[in-house]
Design a binder for this molecule. Structure first.
Ligand SMILES: Cc1cc2nc3c(=O)[nH]c(=O)nc-3n(C[C@H](O)[C@H](O)[C@H](O)COP(=O)(O)OP(=O)(O)OC[C@H]3O[C@@H](n4cnc5c(N)ncnc54)[C@H](O)[C@@H]3O)c2cc1C
Length: 470
C-alpha cells in the first residue's frame, strides 16, 4: 500500500471515481478509499434487476477503475482526518494511515427523514436506505410496502420493490402532479434519466399502485396486519389542510424519505469554509470553478458539495481530478482549459435537472413546524420536540448549545440523522439556518469499536514502566 499517494480520493461513488480516473490520466499517483466492497457509490450498487441501465453504468465505472493504475482500498472506513493531511481508516487488517499531498472529498450524502409519530416503529425504513436493502442485500422491506416522502427516489424505490417481486400498497407523494409537470423541461436535459423515470412510472401503473399526491404521512401505528399508515392532505408548504380527510392504509412496512443532505463532516473538520443553500440540500463547501475548497490541497466533488445527482457528480469529480493534476504541474494552463471546458458545459446542462430534483426533495416548512411535541426527533438519545423547544425557551440559540443542553446529536449516528431537522427547528425560532450553524464535527467520523482502534493485544505484553522512585 502506498501511504503517501500524491492524491487520496475519499469515496468511490461517481464523483470519486471521476476524480481518480481524471487525475491518473495525467500520471498523478492516486489511491481511492471506500467503506463499500466495490466502487459505484450509492446509486451504482449492484442492482437487483440486472437489465437496468444503472447496472451497466456502474459496471462501466468499476471496469474503468479496474483498468486504470489507481490503487483501490475497499471495505475501509475512514474515521479521522487532520489538518496536517493525515487520514486514518480501519479495514479488516487493522488501521490504515495516509499522508497524501492532495485530497478529493467525495463522500456523498445522508438521507433526511422528518420525524412523525411512529417513525421509530420496526418496519419503517428510510427511502434511500431501502435502495441499499434492494440493491445490496437483495431484500424487500416487506411483503406489502407503502412508499412515501418526496422526490425521484419514490418512483425508484416503488419500481425496485415491484421488480423484486414485492407489492407496493400506495405511493404517498408530498408534491402535487403540477410540480412534477413543471420539472419536465429541466429533465429533458437528461434524456436517459427521463426515459428511466417514465419506465418506472409505467411499471408502477401496470402494477395498479395508487399514487396519492399532495399528502404526507401523519402517523404510523402498529396493527394486527403490521402497520397502519395515516396520511393527510397538505398544502404546497406541507401544512395539513383544515378539515382535510385522512387516509388510512394497512401494510407491513413503510419506506419514507424527505431528501438528502450533503455529507460535509470531513470538509468541516478540515476547516474549509461552508455556506448554507437549502436547494442544494443544506451546508456545502465553498468551491472555486476547479472544485478547490478554501483549504489549500483539499478539493470536493459530488453530492457532498450539493445534491445534483450521479451524472453531475461524475463530471464534478473529473474536474476536481484535472485540477489536482494542474496544481501538481502535470498539465499546463492551455491543456487544463481544453480538458475542463467541455466538462463544465456538460455540468451546467445536467445540473439543471439535479437542482430541480433537489428542490422537490427539500423539506417544506409545514413538515417541520407541525412535528408534535411528544415526537422523538433525535432517535439515538430519545430527545423529543418538546425537549428541544424547552432548551430554546431556556436560551439555547444555536445548534451546538442545544446539543450541550439536551445531548441531541451525541448518539452513535453523531447527529447525521437528526441534525438537519433539529437545525431547522432552532432556526425557525432563532433567526435562520446560517445563524444557528451546524454541529461541530468530531472524530470518529463513523462508529468504531475500541478493539478495532487498539488492535489485538494481551495484557501481559503491555510494557509496564518502572515505578518512579519515592
Ligand atoms: C442511502 C442512499 C441511497 C441512494 N440511492 C440512490 C439511488 O438508488 N438512485 C439515485 O439516483 N440516487 C441515489 N442516491 C443519491 C446518490 O447518492 C447520488 O446522486 C450519487 O450517487 C452521488 O454520487 P457521489 O459520488 O457524490 O456520492 P456517493 O455515490 O454517495 O458516494 C460516496 C461514497 O463515499 C463512501 N463513504 C462515505 N463515508 C465514508 C467513510 N466514512 N468511509 C469510507 N467511505 C465512505 C460511500 O460508501 C460511497 O461509496 C442515494 C443516496 C443515499 C444516501
Amino acid at each position: 500500500m502506498n501511504d503517501r499517494p500524491e492524491l487520496l480520493v475519499l469515496g468511490a461513488g461517481p464523483a470519486g471515481i471521476g476524480a481518480a480516473l481524471a487525475a491518473t490520466k495525467s500520471d498523478v499517483k492516486t489511491t481511492i478509499v471506500d467503506r463499500a466492497p466495490d466502487g459505484g457509490g450509492q446509486v451504482y450498487r449492484s442492482p437487483i434487476v440486472p437489465q437496468t441501465t444503472s447496472g451497466e453504468e456502474g459496471n462501466r465505472l468499476r471496469q474503468a477503475l479496474a483498468d486504470s493504475p489507481v490503487e483501490t482500498v475497499f471495505d475501509c472506513r475512514l474515521w479521522s482526518i487532520r489538518r496536517d493531511f493525515r487520514i486514518d481508516g480501519i479495514d479488516s487488517r487493522g488501521a490504515r494511515t495516509w499522508h497524501p499531498k492532495k485530497i478529493v472529498a467525495a463522500l456523498g450524502t445522508t438521507e433526511r427523514v422528518i420525524p412523525f409519530p411512529g417513525w421509530t416503529t420496526p418496519g419503517v425504513y428510510g427511502l434511500a436506505a431501502t435502495t441499499i436493502l434492494l440493491k445490496s442485500q437483495l431484500t424487500l422491506p416487506g411483503k406489502n410496502t407503502v412508499v412515501a416522502g418526496s422526490g425521484p427516489l419514490l418512483a425508484a424505490v416503488a419500481y425496485g420493490i415491484i421488480a423484486g417481486g414485492g407489492k407496493v400498497a400506495a405511493i404517498i407523494d408530498i408534491a402535487g402532479r403540477g410540480e412534477w409537470l413543471a420539472s419536465a423541461p429541466a429533465l429533458i436535459s437528461r434524456p436517459g434519466d427521463l426515459r428511466r423515470g417514465l419506465n418506472w412510472l409505467n411499471r408502477i401503473r401496470q402494477a395498479k399502485v395508487p399514487i396519492i399526491y399532495r399528502h404526507a404521512v401523519k402517523a404510523v401505528r402498529e396493527s394486527e396486519q403490521g402497520l397502519e399508515i395515516i396520511a393527510e392532505p397538505v398544502d404546497r408548504y406541507g401544512h395539513g389542510l383544515a378539515n382535510g380527510k385522512t387516509t388510512s392504509i394497512s401494510s407491513d412496512s413503510l419506506s419514507i424519505g424527505n431528501g438528502l443532505t450533503p455529507a460535509t463532516e470531513l470538509t468541516r473538520l478540515m476547516g474549509a469554509k461552508h455556506r448554507f443553500d437549502a436547494n442544494a440540500g443544506g451546508w456545502i463547501p465553498s468551491l472555486d470553478g476547479g472544485q478547490r475548497t478554501t483549504v489549500d490541497g483539499l478539493y470536493a466533488a459530488g453530492d457532498g458539495t450539493g445534491i445534483t445527482g450521479a451524472d453531475a457528480s461524475f463530471l464534478e469529480g473529473q474536474i476536481a481530478g484535472h485540477t489536482v493534476a494542474y496544481d501538481l504541474d502535470r498539465l499546463d494552463r492551455a491543456e487544463y482549459n481544453r480538458l475542463i471546458s467541455p466538462l463544465a458545459a456538460d455540468l451546467k446542462r445536467v445540473s439543471r435537472a439535479g437542482r430541480r430534483m433537489a428542490k422537490m426533495m427539500a423539506p417544506r416548512p409545514g413538515q417541520i413546524s407541525t412535528i408534535a411535541a411528544d415526537t422523538i426527533v433525535c432517535r439515538c438519545e430519545d430527545i423529543t420536540r418538546a425537549e428541544i423547544d424547552a432548551a430554546i425557551d431556556s436560551g439555547a440559540s444555536d445548534i451546538n448549545q442545544l446539543k450541550s443542553w439536551t445531548r441531541c446529536g451525541m448518539g452513535p449516528c453523531q447527529g447525521k440523522t437528526c441534525g438537519d431537522v433539529v437545525a431547522s427547528l432552532v432556526a425557525a425560532r432563532c433567526g435562520g439556518r446560517e445563524k444557528v450553524g451546524s454541529w461541530s464535527p468530531r472524530i470518529p467520523l463513523t462508529a468504531l469499536t475500541m478493539d478495532e482502534l487498539a488492535g489485538d493485544f494481551t495484557y501481559e505484553t503491555i510494557p509496564i514502566p518502572k515505578a518512579a522512585p519515592l
